[in-house]
Write a protein that binds this ligand. Structure first.
Ligand code: CIR
Length: 283
């Protein structure tokens, strides 16, 4: 039902994913650390596997064409925040990424049941979707180098039925670089100092109660919840300890999804798709 407030795990369900093919200029994507070169062929292979895995989970995948003007265009999560029947098309924090939204806006409008689309009218407001962690009950948002106060206000205005709590993010790229949903009311959190401080803040500021799974590195904390499945990076990427801990604590079906090429340019499992529930939109 349009506008109906669905909460908890039901609010996190998805029927559809929008993804975007990798451009050849992906090797020039923005990155915090440029110590490791991206191997384009490997990235394409990992991306194809990511799409196939989404499809195996019963999700309909809509794939947008890549755009050689935008090295980071495959990171679609940053350009739209979709919750229930509403979609906020963002203004990404990095100037080189503005323009990626055009194809996303069109894709959202072309869905069988298009969500109601909201724009960020204030030209100074910025949000990267990677900073927006929707728990199913409330919104946590990273106040980061990509997401500013005006952007956070716009997010709160777009989704007024959910409380919006900001967390300062200084050394990581996004909030979801260090915390993601890994099940019903269950949040995976990374292990560095910023992740540990964020965990402390989350525990004290969350409006609802969650279980937290703290891992010993941030790479391990970015998992992707797809209905009853949880995509995790394989043990070679996140370490055996983290892999075993996720296996032990997570209730959904764990699926290994290699993502090392994306991680070199700060991409995480959540970043390559916008998950949408077409059943939440009246048609
Ligand atoms: C960037 O710096 O914008 C990209 N190289 C990585 C974006 C990753 N986005 C995400 O995890 N949501």
């Amino acid at each position: 039902m349009q506008g109906a407030v669905c909460s908890g795990i039901m609010a996190l369900r998805c029927t559809t994913a929008i993804v975007r093919n990798i451009p050849d200029v992906f090797v020039e994507a923005l990155r915090l650390d440029d110590s490791q070169a991206v191997v384009l062929e490997n990235a394409k292979q990992q991306f194809n596997n990511y799409i196939e895995t989404l499809e195996q989970c019963g999700v309909k995948v809509v794939t947008l064409a890549s755009d050689e003007q935008y090295p980071d265009c495959t990171f679609v999560e940053d350009v739209a925040v979709v919750i229930g029947a509403r979609a906020l098309v963002t203004r990404p924090g990095h100037p080189s990424r503005r323009g990626e939204m055009t194809a996303m806006r069109e894709a959202l409008k072309s869905l069988q049941k298009p969500p109601q689309i909201y724009e960020m009218e204030d030209p100074e407001a910025c949000v990267d979707g990677g900073d927006v962690l929707f728990t199913g009950r409330e919104i946590f948002v990273g106040h980061s180098s990509r997401t500013n106060q005006k952007g956070i206000e716009c997010l709160a205005k777009t989704f007024p039925e959910f409380s919006v709590t900001p967390f300062p993010i200084k050394s990581s790229l996004h909030l979801k670089s260090l915390a993601t949903m890994c099940g019903e009311d269950m949040i995976a959190v990374g292990g560095d100092q910023e992740a540990t401080e964020t965990l402390k803040l989350m525990k004290s500021q969350a409006k609802f109660k969650y279980e937290y799974v703290q891992l010993n590195n941030n790479a391990a904390a970015n998992v992707l919840l797809v209905n009853d499945n949880v995509f995790v990076k394989p043990s070679e990427e996140i370490g055996q300890h983290n892999y075993d801990l996720l296996k032990k604590r997570v209730k959904g079906r764990i699926i290994d999804v290699p993502f090392s090429e994306f991680y070199k340019v700060d991409g995480c499992l959540t970043c390559c798709s916008v998950l949408i529930n077409q059943e939440a939109v009246s048609g």
